[in-house]
Design a protein around this ligand. Structure first.
Ligand SMILES: Nc1ncnc2c1ncn2[C@@H]1O[C@H](COP(=O)(O)OP(=O)(O)OP(=O)(O)O)[C@@H](O)[C@H]1O
Length: 737
């Protein structure tokens, strides 16, 4: 099916298949499909700087096939990526179809160019139809036409060669005047290779298309009209295959290539690229804007190029760089049609990865439910060793028949009755055995009463302030707790103190005294906000909601966008004329829809199912949570912009998440950190957001309160800052060398 499609698509395509193309009129008077003069391109900086293109010239006649040959690493892909504006030159000029690529008239990137990168650059989980529909929409092809051309299968179920054919089809589908194909025949069988070349020949002969094709199979390039043999960042010779074979008097193009390389001095391409780049830049004259004549050879055209003074040269280079980097408001604005196409594509990608979709959709709600179910509950079955020396050993170590009236007898047993049921009391004969059990982890601690506890307690009560120290010490209940677990330690502490308060109150009432006399002279009245018995989950809810929404937005968008970049899908869209701002808005827009769903399900679980109270406006709480999710999305896009692979991006998201968890006031109040760290903590994207949400949920505050509006203002500032930074990084990385 696909091979038929490849054969037929370009034959049936005509501009009428396009809904409307802004650019469909390349400079018809221009006889050169592509013209490159004195191109230099470097990668890296300092000692790692390496020149990949070194004063390269290339002349491709319109309507011809140009085979670009050269060893691995000589700069073929770099050159092609400069032609389609994925990269920019350090110096030198390029013209495609008579215009500078990237200029409004050129149609490159856009409808005039079909680009097939080395990598497949296809969505695995799309069918062939969906793939071509997506790219067809980007190129504004009519839906009816797209539909008529296709039948269907998932890309991931196709063989490697078949996938390459689909990738080829994508490059041809919109009937571009210029085809730039980076190793289209690699990994395909000889029959299909033959068919692809036949097709290219028909495209150039019958339809006047200009084709530039790179290949490692030198002999297949015989079908090209002209061949450029490239090495060390330069085109060494450029002529038709017949002329090359005749002039060198050799039987094959491969022999010609070897001879050309030997003549070049036999320097390896690695050595070439390691050469000092400064010298190559200086050697490369900068071309004036000249229109070459049809009959001129590459050398003749080069001769016409005016040589400039070094100052003029550097001014020109700077002005080229300025022109490329200058801010153009119109071209920086998103295109609604393209954004619509990208949003549909992103939705389809997500639905096709159904497992990922389900997890990302419901994970925040599941995490919230888990949080409520697992955290904040009271620990149960905590064993405590009881060593009660008031009891007579011969009668056993367990209290029986304790009196609850006003009698000072066996007060140790009376106290033990008030202890919370979550504590299991295990009697031990003596202190050393009980401590040993504690050390072995059999019990969480020991409660010890001395032999005359009741008598000493009575004396202390009756003497009051005149009680002696030894009497006070002997009337104490001695408690040892295994404090290795802070939460359990805190619960045991609380329950044992509460038990003593209740014991003392009970005894005072039984003896006809005022029970309040047993309390410490401190009173905690009703709290200003919240309740006396505020649950742990309630206190943690604001930090948790924001941590969950922020991190899920961050992780999801980072994974999706880095994946697309790695597979060459972003490059392919850029060559199709999609602007980076469109890609940004398409991803951010789709992820934000996901964030809205995630936030809603999280709120339902937190406030409706687990009934965590919200004392303020739910709408305000939703809004600040969504803004925090948006910061996560922006951070994800920034991470994806600076990382070239998924691993790097994953490390960076993790490195970002942990400080936020620790310092954002989620686990511990910011006020509890060292002063210097508090300042850093305030700079984190979530700190003000969490404080804002806490003020809304627990205090019921509105937007007029500083803690609330600061949360919104800081969130907006982060969103603006991160968006600007991301777009700058993407732009800088494209133009950087
Ligand atoms: N982003 C980059 N940063 C640094 N070096 C790069 C970058 N991209 C390419 N290079 C280097 O530039 C040189 C040319 O690479 P390029 O991909 O253009 O070669 P090629 O001729 O297309 O090779 P192949 O035939 O194997 O595809 C290589 O040495 C490569 O390592």
């Amino acid at each position: 099916m696909t091979e038929d499609f490849i054969e037929e698509s370009a034959d049936v395509l005509s501009p009428s298949h396009r809904i409307k193309n802004e650019i469909n009129n390349p400079s018809d008077s221009c006889v050169y499909g592509v013209l490159v003069r004195n191109a230099t391109k470097t990668f890296g900086s300092g000692s790692k700087k390496c020149a990949v293109l070194q004063g390269l010239n290339m002349t491709v006649k319109r309507g011809s096939i140009y085979g670009l040959l050269g060893p691995s690493g000589c700069g073929k892909t770099t050159l092609l990526s400069c032609l389609v504006t994925l990269r920019s030159l350090n110096s030198g000029t390029i013209q495609v179809l008579g215009h500078e690529p990237g200029s409004p008239k050129s149609g490159v990137p856009g409808p005039q160019v079909g680009y097939m990168p080395q990598e497949l650059a296809l969505y695995d989980y799309f069918t062939i139809k969906e793939t071509l529909t997506y790219f067809g929409r980007l190129y504004k092809l009519k839906a009816a036409f797209v539909k008529s051309q296709l039948n269907d299968r998932y890309v991931k179920t196709l063989s490697g060669g078949q996938q390459r054919r689909v990738s080829f089809a994508v490059a041809l589908f919109h009937d571009p005047d210029l085809l730039i194909l980076d190793e289209p025949t690699v990994g395909v069988d000889p029959l299909l290779r033959h068919s692809i070349w036949n097709h290219l020949v028909r495209q150039s002969v019958d339809h006047g298309k200009t084709v530039i094709v790179t290949t490692h199979y030198i002999e297949e390039a015989r079908q090209a009209n002209s061949i450029g043999m490239m090495r060390g960042g330069r085109v060494l010779v450029e002529d038709s295959p017949e002329n090359l074979i005749r002039d060198y008097g050799l039987p094959s193009l491969e022999d010609v290539f070897l001879k050309v390389c030997l003549k070049d001095g036999g320097i390896s391409s690695d050595e070439q690229s390691a050469e000092d780049v400064t010298s190559s830049n200086e050697a490369a004259p900068v071309e004036t804007q000249i229109e070459p004549q049809p009959s001129e050879s590459s050398a003749e055209v080069s001769n016409k190029i005016g040589k400039r003074t070094p100052n003029e040269k550097s001014d020109k280079i700077k002005s080229v760089a300025r022109k490329r980097q200058s801010f153009n408001l119109k071209s920086s604005l998103p295109t609604p049609h393209v954004i619509g196409v990208l949003l549909r594509k992103n939705a389809l990608v997500m639905i096709r990865n159904f497992g990922v979709f389900l997890v990302s959709f419901f994970l925040p709600a599941i995490q919230t439910a888990l949080f409520n179910v697992t955290l904040g509950g009271e620990p149960t079955y905590l064993k405590m060793a009881i060593v009660n020396e008031e009891l007579n050993l011969s009668q056993g170590r367990v209290c029986i028949n304790n009196t609850m009236d006003c009698a000072y007898s066996m007060l140790s047993c009376r106290y033990l009755q008030y202890i919370n049921d979550n504590i299991i009391q295990i009697p031990y004969d003596n202190v050393s055995e009980a401590l040993e059990a504690g050390r072995n982890g059999e019990v969480w601690g020991m409660i010890h009463f001395g032999q005359n506890f009741t008598e000493e307690y009575e004396i202390r009560q009756s003497l009051g302030d005149s009680a002696k120290l030894e009497n006070i010490l002997r009337s104490r209940i001695s408690i040892n707790i295994d404090s290795s677990n802070q939460q359990i330690d805190a619960f045991l502490n609380k329950w044992l103190v509460e038990a003593f308060r209740d014991f003392s109150r009970g005894l005072l009432i039984a003896c006809g005294h005022e029970p309040e006399a047993g309390y410490m002279p401190i009173e905690f009245t009703d709290p200003v906000y919240g309740r006396k018995d505020t649950q742990y989950t309630e206190a943690m809810s604001s930090g948790l909601i924001i941590a969950i929404i922020y991190s899920s937005s961050l992780i999801l968008i980072t994974g999706v966008f880095v994946g697309e970049r790695q597979q060459g899908l972003v490059d392919r869209s850029l060559v199709a004329g999609v602007k980076i701002v469109d890609i940004f808005v398409g991803h951010v827009g789709f992820q934000f829809c996901m964030t809205i769903c995630q936030t809603l399900t999280t709120f339902v679980v937190m406030f409706l199912i687990f009934k965590v109270p919200c004392h303020g406006s739910v709408a305000l709480a939703l809004l600040i949570t969504l803004l925090q999710g948006f910061i996560g999305i922006c951070f994800g896009m920034f991470t994806a912009a600076i990382c070239d692979n998924t691993n790097g991006a994953l490390y960076l998201t993790q490195a970002n998440f942990l400080p936020i968890l620790l310092m954002g006031g989620i686990c511990w109040p910011v006020e509890g950190m060292p002063q210097s760290l508090q300042k850093v903590a305030r700079f984190l994207p979530v700190t003000y957001g969490i404080e804002c949400l806490r003020s809304i949920l627990s205090r019921g505050w509105g937007i007029e309160m500083p803690d609330v509006y600061m949360g919104f203002l800081v969130s907006f500032a982060w969103i603006f800052g991160l968006t600007t930074l991301t777009l700058t990084v993407i732009r800088y990385r494209k133009f950087s060398s």
